[in-house]
Design a protein around this ligand. Structure first.
Ligand SMILES: [Zn+2]
Length: 258
């Protein structure tokens, strides 16, 4: 069974879609609440939004399983990404809205360990292989970790999130000249943009981004209002404004990395 979807690329670019999965194994879904099974916290439609990356020669790594099964953008030991702040964790028991994920008991340590092996490791095996392949062929790699989130999530941040939230682990995951090239494009566009604000990059950005070894990682957390309608499908009128900005930002990062 395919645990993660991948496409190979011809350029140093790898695009990762860790939160787009909407599959839940039957035995797990049977224990989840109706609220959880709406899968509201999914980063809906990111591959469709980024449909242009194949023209840039990107390799892609795309999650099959919902982030409620296990979050591949969290450390395998579940240490917090933002100490002192609420977070959904490796195997979430509450949604961003505070709804219970499980009707009965939450998964115990043995079940979490099992999910880590079945669903978390295959994503990282695929991602690590894509990064190693790009490094091998080009001498450097640019990893773009693609996310989206509701613009208003009181449990996670106050007020309304900026449209484009770029994170590089406060500069540790990406050469500053490369992230600046991408961020300048974002700032010049019609959307609000912030670098290393509330979202600085999750486990993927922080663990794969090794500028000294030629691997540059950038997380892009987009407010869903920039490209989704109320039905969580791409709003093409909005996406038509956003896609050129994303494409130019990634292109600028690739040029700076070359
Ligand atoms: Zn996400």
């Amino acid at each position: 069974m395919t645990e993660v979807f991948t496409t190979t690329g011809s350029s140093p670019l790898i695009v990762s879609f860790p939160h787009v999965g909407t599959d839940v194994p039957d035995a797990i879904a049977a224990r989840m609440t109706p609220d959880a099974l709406r899968l509201d916290d999914t980063d809906f439609e990111q591959p469709a939004l980024y449909d242009f990356v194949r023209d840039l020669g990107a390799a892609t790594v795309t999650a099959r399983w919902s982030r409620l099964v296990i979050d591949v953008n969290r450390p395998p030991d579940n240490r917090p990404l933002y100490p002192g702040q609420w977070g959904a964790g490796l195997v979430p028991t509450e949604t961003f809205a505070g709804e219970a994920v499980y009707a009965g008991g939450a998964p115990d340590e043995a079940e979490i360990a099992d999910r880590r092996e079945r669903y978390w490791r295959p994503y990282h095996a695929a991602l690590a292989m894509a990064v190693a392949s790009a490094l091998d062929r080009h001498g450097h790699a640019l990893l773009w970790d693609a996310h989206s989130i509701s613009a208003v999530v009181p449990r996670l941040f106050e007020g309304t999130l900026p449209d484009m939230n770029m994170g590089t682990a406060a500069g540790e995951a990406c050469d500053p000249a490369i992230s600046a090239a991408a961020f300048d494009v974002c700032e010049a566009g019609p959307f609000s943009a912030v670098l290393n604000g509330r979202f600085k990059g999750g486990y993927i950005t922080r663990s794969y981004g090794q500028p000294g070894q030629g691997v540059h990682a950038i997380q892009m957390e987009l407010a869903k209002t920039t490209h989704l309608g109320a039905d969580n499908r791409v709003d093409e009128a909005r996406a038509a404004l956003l896609r050129p900005v994303l494409r130019a930002a990634i292109g600028a990062a690739m040029a700076a990395a070359a």
